[in-house]
Ligand binder design. Structure first.
Ligand code: ATP
Ligand code: MG
Length: 442
């Protein structure tokens, strides 16, 4: 992409109501714009990051055999009546009527809709197990929308639902989904922790939250380095009611050896074994080997894809702006000619721009030696602005690697090579730039 053609409206100052680092930086770097409380426009740069996160999630879901569907965001009241949730779900559920006075809600989640889909089409144990997932907008009329897209009212989620004939199969798949989630968040470069969450009536360790560690997180995580135990506060209090209000430094009630650590996290994903809660309520059954009708055993698996974008910024920023991870960067490389009008600089800038876009990056998703991998996304800052302005924008937006072509360097036959996370640049002979870029991203 040529910068001069890109729609990247950056701001010198964040709007006053931006309340976290990520919200400020997403607004300033031109990723999002707010239109009302909890409602955001996603601009091209934000979309690129969102789509990269989505692609990683999709690959890992497909790898464990899940299949993608698309369910409506408008859901009929009747389905919610069947599970009793029409009345139980609070004001987060935005209810409305159509022109015929029929009642609907905006999807905050899709257990009812998916259960309805499956009960109509699946009648035999031979047709299960499977897991269906979708990417799409969810709407929750949150009481306190805040932290930018982290707690929005309209947001982008991946939700998956699995259907099984027996507990053992549901549990086996649960662990596959758990591992897929671990892989997703690892690939995105998060410092995160999977913690036990309360699985309500199901019991056992069949609900986990995936927490990106950050001071601005809304959730308290209780953990122990010695035994690897980790739970959200609610679950911890249920598991160890005798320990009461937990404090950091206390002995771990699980292994009795280590000490309790309390940290803050941003919940980016949630896996949950649902059991027959929805299938029983909605009479969603299949015939087992003996011809007996049984309710499906279900699991559900959510990821807040739009929240992931904010969460990665919470973990990767400095005073000058965002520092993208290689996996989620909107563009991994920025080529910055200090003066694009200079014929020699332009020649090299154009050449590197064309060549770097062909560099293959390993696709960790495909495993050892498999897959073609992807190629690097490059932005060429062809604007006529002063170099200082271009550097400021590159730092604010946070491209992982900046390659600067200046008059002095050109005279010496070198380019400046500067990782966003490094304090200083390095001079690299022009004919070695491609090699160094490949190395940096391998
Ligand atoms: P939270 O406790 O943060 O409200 P939740 O338990 O309501 O989350 P789920 O119903 O499990 O969330 O939804 C799945 C995922 O969707 C969450 O893990 C989170 O990443 C994301 N999510 C939930 N609510 C929001 C929101 N208001 N804005 C953005 N993302 C959200
Ligand atoms: Mg919630």
């Amino acid at each position: 992409m040529k910068y001069s053609k890109a729609y990247i409206p950056t701001l010198r100052e964040a709007p006053r109501d931006a309340d976290t680092i990520s919200a400020k930086l997403m607004l300033r770097a031109g990723l999002i714009r707010k239109i009302a409380a909890g409602l955001y426009d996603w601009l091209p740069l934000g979309m690129r990051v969102l789509k990269k996160a989505e692609a990683i999630v999709r690959e890992e879901m497909n790898r464990i055999g899940c299949q993608e569907v698309w369910l409506p965001i408008v859901q009929p009241r009747e389905l919610w009546e069947e599970t009793g949730r029409w009345n139980v779900y609070g004001k987060e559920l935005l209810r409305f009527k159509d022109r015929k006075e029929t009642e609907f809600c905006f999807a905050p989640t899709a257990e009812e809709v998916i259960t309805d889909l499956v009960r109509k089409d699946v009648s035999s144990y031979r047709q299960i197990p499977f897991c269906l997932y979708q990417f799409g907008t969810k709407f929750r009329d949150e009481i306190r929308p805040r932290f930018g897209v982290m707690r929005a009212r309209e947001f982008y989620m991946k939700d998956a639902y699995s259907f099984h004939a027996n507990e053992a199969d549901a549990e086996e798949f649960y662990s596959k989904a758990f591992n897929a989630y671990m892989e997703i968040f690892k690939r995105c470069g998060f410092k995160f922790r999977a913690v036990e969450a309360d699985s309500g009536a199901i019991g056992g360790s069949f609900s986990h939250e995936f927490m990106v560690l950050a001071e601005t997180g809304e959730d308290d995580i209780v953990s122990c380095e010695a035994c690897g135990y980790g739970a959200n506060k609610e679950k911890h209090l249920k598991t160890f009611p005798e320990s009461g209000e937990v404090k950091a430094g206390e002995p771990c009630p699980k292994c009795k050896k280590g000490t309790i650590l309390i940290s803050r996290g941003i919940e980016v994903g949630h896996t949950f074994k649902l059991g027959t809660k929805y299938s029983s309520a909605m009479k969603a059954t299949f015939l087992d080997e003996k011809g007996v009708a049984q309710p499906f055993i279900m699991g559900c698996y959510g990821i807040g894809v739009s929240r992931m974008v904010a969460a990665t910024i919470e973990q990767n920023n400095d005073a000058n702006g965002i520092i993208w991870t290689k996996a989620l960067a909107p563009y991994q490389v920025a080529i910055v000619p200090t003066n694009y009008e200079d014929a020699k600089i332009r020649e090299w800038a154009d050449k590197l721009y064309a060549e770097i876009q062909k560099i293959k990056i390993p696709s960790p998703s495909m495993g050892e030696g498999q897959g073609e991998g992807d190629t690097l996304d490059v932005i060429l800052d062809d604007r006529s602005d002063r170099a200082g302005v271009k550097f400021k924008d590159a730092d604010l937006i946070g491209f992982p690697l900046r390659i600067t072509l200046g008059e002095k360097g050109m005279a010496k036959g070198v380019a400046e090579f500067k990782p966003r996370s490094a304090a200083n640049f390095q001079e690299i002979p022009l004919d070695r730039v491609l090699e160094e870029v490949s190395k940096f991203f391998s």
